[in-house]
Design a protein around this ligand. Structure first.
Ligand code: PHE
Ligand code: FE
Length: 273
């Protein structure tokens, strides 16, 4: 199998690209200090490299390997699902090597090195989350045999990318799609627009998601242990078959069976042109 790994070629980044990383890092660290999960903030230290700018994946991987056995490898862009899952199953996190242009500082569609590394790597330092990501990769390979990649993609979306977690009586963010965006970090935690619902594996795997705007629903886990335990202890094989007989759920919907932590106003959707 082609694993798509390329050289990061750290020396080929320009001074401006390194400076853009440093600016994004400083801005995001400030936004996250009161909003990100403690485990995410602890993991951020792994990104404080011996030289400023975009982390050198070789140095970063050495640190990660010591912590949890993960490494970070560069790939040219989005890669086929099977190879993505296979890398995760082998504790290799695949990351884009390019960084956004200065005019895209607030938003870009494709995952760049800031999203992939700043957003994803801090939690790979956490032993429980590190195990979840590997289990997810194995589960992804298995989902292909059931024609159910889309269900596992939804689980990734609502946990790894856009998940919230309880921290005492507060809600904090841990999803990388939120953590790498200043505006969605504020929205996900501070706004009264989105619904915040208790984590529900079966429900999540039936729920469509938006890729063109902030999320309308966020799902809240109690702990990373809960996330790992529930996903590992559930045999997804029969579940995929059962879920195929049930209707899909639109983003932004609240069901009578949902555990509602915050009922959102959905004002962001109403305001949309
Ligand atoms: N238990 C899942 C299965 O049977 C595998 C899995 C684990 C999927 C963790 C996602 C996350 O396929
Ligand atoms: Fe991502």
């Amino acid at each position: 199998m082609n694993d798509w790994v390329i050289a990061q070629d750290w020396n080929s980044y320009s001074a401006a690209e390194h400076a853009l990383w440093d600016e994004l890092f400083a801005r995001q660290a400030a936004v996250l200090s009161s909003r990100a999960a403690p485990a995410f903030l602890e993991g951020l230290d792994v990104l404080r490299m011996s030289k400023p700018g975009i982390p050198d994946f070789t140095e970063l991987s050495k640190r990660l390997e010591k912590a949890t056995g993960w490494s970070v490898v560069a790939v040219p862009g989005l890669i086929p699902e099977e190879d993505f899952f296979d890398n995760l199953a082998n504790r290799r996190f695949v990351a884009g090597r390019f960084i956004r242009k200065p005019e895209q500082i607030d938003y870009l569609k494709e995952p760049d090195v800031f999203h992939d590394v700043f957003g994803h790597v801090p939690l790979l330092v956490n032993p429980v989350f590190a195990d979840y990501m590997q289990a997810y990769g194995r589960g992804g390979l298995r989902s292909m045999r059931y024609g159910s990649i889309h269900r596992l993609a939804r689980l990734y979306w609502y946990t790894v990318e856009f998940g919230l977690i309880r921290d005492g009586s507060a809600l904090k963010l841990y999803g990388s799609g939120i953590a790498s965006s200043a505006s969605e970090s504020r929205f996900a935690i501070d706004s009264d627009s989105p619904n915040r619902l208790g984590f529900d594996l079966r429900r999540i795997m039936r729920t469509k998601y938006r890729i063109d705007d902030f999320q309308q629903n966020y799902f809240v886990i109690d702990s990373f242990e809960q996330l790992l335990r529930e996903t590992l202890d559930t045999d997804f094989g029969p579940l995929y078959e059962e879920l195929d007989t049930l209707p899909e759920i639109e983003p932004g919907v609240i069901l009578p069976t949902d555990r509602v932590l915050n009922r959102g106003t959905q004002s962001r959707v109403a305001d949309r042109p």
